[in-house]
Ligand binder design. Structure first.
Ligand code: CA
Length: 475
């Protein structure tokens, strides 16, 4: 379709590009692939943005609060730190030649690594410099950091793959561990832990998943266990748990069955299958605005991963390809939601947890509860996803569509920046804000694999650009 008159008026108004301040963490997902020895960067819309070849085999990738990528290697004594584009900055050998397994960051960006052969938790500065180490019981694997108040540094929680299973709590301020042992009747060998968000200044609970049992357990700050909690998902050996912005637990079993669990009552809300291709889940993570992505990892066949809405309905399937035996990075959401809820990563004067609760990105200053823009729903060929404009002010919005993003452009007398690729703009349409706009995708298989970007311009009062969103069309 031809661009509208409003678009031409806009085009004329553009000034020279300006460099915008970069958010600490890019609003993307990174997938590490053990099979193809790659890191792949995806947009939240499922588009492949970049693939990085690694010389070594990654077990998982996590992003630090400063945007760097930390790559834990598979059965190796080293881990590596990369810049936000995947370029290697340094390789670090673990203390006592131990094998790093799990990794979590605190609100200063310090990293905590479970060291499985020396049975320790090692602390590193954001540049990878070793700080200190503490000995813990055998087989420390999964690691998570709980909700912190403004004053508190929070606590590190460790899953030990022992029988009977053990969980260790380490306050970051003292670095003195306390280990709790599960009841002898619990068959679970803990491999993964995740912290809940109970509200401002309220203590997190910690959910425990693992091997040898499909039952979960819960532990509070004093070390009191609740369980066994029955699910229908099977063992969740890997990164099989995540908490969403409604404080519900998503747990994924190895066979590819997902359960959404109410963390207050421990009751299952919904169960569904999520790994149709390989029946082998490599984990569930929340993206920067709290939408669940589930990895369907394959070894002899290619893996895929899918995004789900908060009702557990699949919204899109990312392209199959290089994600063999993949693990997805979860750092963006967990950091903003659990570790540093009072921080303001994108410096838009809205703290992280308010953005998370509103469904806006804590890493994108143009995505705020006051004016934000997103594409939702199923974006497959023949389906009708929709545009969701969240705004505290009513008015007219012009929506711009293009085939890609470009260099940020500042426009005199306009707030925000124009972020789309001017050369590939192909359509504009007006809509009321706040509001929804259906975006029907024709039932044409040739459209699969195409992606496009959208940006809003709120035109009432001082014109203001929204953040960008996008659609990746899957089969
Ligand atoms: Ca913010």
């Amino acid at each position: 379709m031809r661009p509208s008159l409003a678009l031409f008026a806009l085009t004329l108004a553009f000034a020279a590009p300006s460099v915008s301040a970069q958010a600490p963490m890019d609003d993307v997902l990174w997938v590490s692939s053990r099979g193809s020895k790659t890191l792949t960067k995806y947009s939240r819309f499922g588009e492949v943005l970049q693939t990085v070849n690694l010389a070594r085999t990654p077990r998982r990738v996590l992003r630090a609060p400063d945007g760097k990528l930390w790559v834990i290697e598979f059965i190796s004594t080293t881990f590596s730190i990369h810049d936000r584009n995947g370029k290697l900055i340094k390789s670090v050998t673990a203390k006592k030649s131990g094998r790093p397994y799990g990794l979590a960051f605190d609100k200063r960006g310090y990293a905590y690594v479970t060291n499985t052969t020396s049975n320790a938790v090692d602390e590193y500065k954001p540049d990878g410099t070793f700080v200190r180490s503490v000995v813990v019981p055998a087989n420390p694997l999964g690691i998570a950091i709980d909700y912190s108040t403004i004053k508190s540094m929070g606590n590190i929680w460790i899953a030990h793959r022992n029988k009977p299973g053990q969980v260790t709590k380490i306050p970051i301020s003292t670095f003195k561990p306390t280990t709790f042992t599960l009841p002898s009747t619990a068959a679970i060998m803990p491999t993964t832990v995740v912290c809940t968000y109970e509200g401002i200044a309220k203590d997190s609970n910690v959910f425990i998943g693992g091997d040898r049992s499909d039952k979960l357990w819960k532990i509070d700050q004093k070390g009191k266990f609740t369980g066994p909690i029955t699910t229908a998902v099977g063992y969740n050996y890997c990164a099989g748990m995540a908490i969403d912005r409604k404080n519900r637990l998503w747990t994924v079993g190895r066979p590819g069955v997902v359960a959404i669990i109410d963390t207050a009552t421990n009751k299952t809300i919904k169960t569904f299958n999520a790994a149709p291709a390989n029946k082998d889940c490599g984990g569930v993570v929340m993206d920067s605005i709290g939408r669940a992505w589930i990895m369907d990892r394959g070894w002899s066949t290619a893996g895929t991963f899918q995004r789900y809405d908060d009702q557990g309905k699949m919204e899109l399937g990312a392209p199959a390809g290089a994600n063999i035996y993949g693990m997805v990075d979860a750092a963006g959401f967990a950091y903003a939601y659990v570790v540093n809820p009072f921080g303001d990563e994108d410096k838009d004067r809205v703290v992280n947890f308010v953005e998370i609760m509103a469904g806006t990105s804590p890493y994108d200053p143009l995505s705020t509860p006051a004016l934000s823009f997103d594409t939702r729903g199923i974006s497959r060929v023949g389906s009708t996803p929709y545009l969701d404009a969240v705004s505290s002010s009513k008015g007219t919005m012009v929506v711009l569509f293009s085939a890609g993003t470009g260099s940020p452009l500042s426009v005199p007398a306009f707030k925000g920046q124009f972020l789309l690729d001017l050369k590939t703009l192909f359509y504009t349409v007006a809509m009321p804000s706040p509001g929804k706009l259906n975006l029907p995708i024709p039932a044409n298989p040739a459209l699969a694999g195409i992606s496009y970007q959208l940006q809003g311009l709120f035109v009432s009062g001082t014109p203001q650009f929204t953040n960008t969103s996008g659609i990746y069309i899957s089969k």
